[in-house]
Design a protein around this ligand. Structure first.
Ligand SMILES: C[S@@+](CC[C@H](N)C(=O)[O-])C[C@H]1O[C@@H](n2cnc3c(N)ncnc32)[C@H](O)[C@@H]1O
Length: 277
């Protein structure tokens, strides 16, 4: 029976040519199979897992070597300090999307009750993070995908976000008319983008990624529709591609929004644009 050190070495060697993060992937997958933390793995390098556990680890390594994202293999991903269940029905929440959550929390006064909608909620990462940070808010999470809504429901319940409600809706159709904020990380990749053939995105749902020839169709629809559902002064905050800031600012300007501002992510890319009705 192999030790943890040997299993990790085996994992790294297998994944080296398939993943840019072979070492981390092997540690996360082994920790997941054993139901332990990565710190535990480091503390007990001579521990020898049983045959069944080693077999499950090796099976996950083979899936990873074929490209399957680690988050789909473990069924979870950390976002804004919370652990979200994920499946192949939803986008894996990205670290840069935390900027969108922060932008909304900064712009809406914390102590007031507010009604906020998260359009295209996927796993519920944005809606649930906002709801947990602001228990006095009511957060409506919408998506076109029933599977995504079911997963968002599971996450809201597991994380104790009782102030999240869910609705199957095509962007702003059926939204209430008195929202304090509309927030969305919609699909924004151009349909022919070569990156769609690389890495983890190959396994993610196309409906969560692409939006027309320039990737702007969903952003355009939301900017056109959302202001009618906002109270005067209400906030529209959107994530977009690194090269779409100018286009989104122009769309918001055309829609009559004020105080339009674009924020940069940690890599220095324009990533979130917000405006007020
Ligand atoms: C980029 S993913 C974002 C998921 C999640 N909000 C996040 O940030 O991790 C976009 C989501 O929009 C949903 N979507 C696509 N078209 C939609 C539409 N017309 N109306 C509502 N949701 C839509 C997809 O199902 C997907 O869950």
């Amino acid at each position: 029976m192999a030790t943890l050190t040997e299993l990790l070495h085996e994992g790294r060697a297998l994944l080296e040519e398939h993943s840019p993060s072979a070492d981390l992937d092997a540690r996360v997958l082994l920790a997941h199979v054993l139901g332990r933390s990565e710190t535990w793995l480091r503390t007990w390098p001579e521990h020898r897992p049983g045959r069944e556990e080693a077999g499950r680890y090796r099976a996950l390594l083979r899936h990873r070597a074929r490209g399957c994202p680690v988050a789909y293999l473990t069924g979870e991903r950390e976002f804004f300090g919370h652990s979200f269940r994920v499946s192949e029905a939803v986008l894996i929440p990205r670290p840069e999307t935390e900027l969108l959550v922060e932008a909304v929390l900064e712009r809406l006064p914390g102590e007031n009750a507010a009604r906020v909608a998260d359009l295209g909620t996927g796993s519920g990462a944005i809606a649930v993070s906002l709801a947990l940070a602001r228990p006095q808010w009511t957060v409506l999470a919408t998506d076109e995908s029933d599977e995504a809504l079911e997963l968002a429901r599971v996450n809201a319940r597991a994380l104790g976000a009782g102030n999240v409600s869910l609705s199957r809706t095509h962007w702003c159709a059926d939204l209430p008319g008195d929202l304090d904020a509309v927030v969305s990380n919609p699909p924004y990749v151009a349909e022919g983008d070569p990156h769609l053939k690389e890495g983890d995105v190959r396994f993610e749902p196309r409906a969560a990624l692409t939006a027309g020839p320039e990737g702007l169709d969903a952003l355009r629809a939301i900017v056109e529709q959302a202001p009618a559902h906002l109270v005067p002064g209400g906030l529209l905050a959107l994530e977009h591609g690194y090269d779409q800031g100018e286009a989104v600012r122009a769309l918001m300007h055309e829609a009559g929004l004020a105080a339009i501002e674009t924020l940069r992510d940690l890599a220095g890319h324009e990533r979130v644009t917000a405006g007020c009705r």
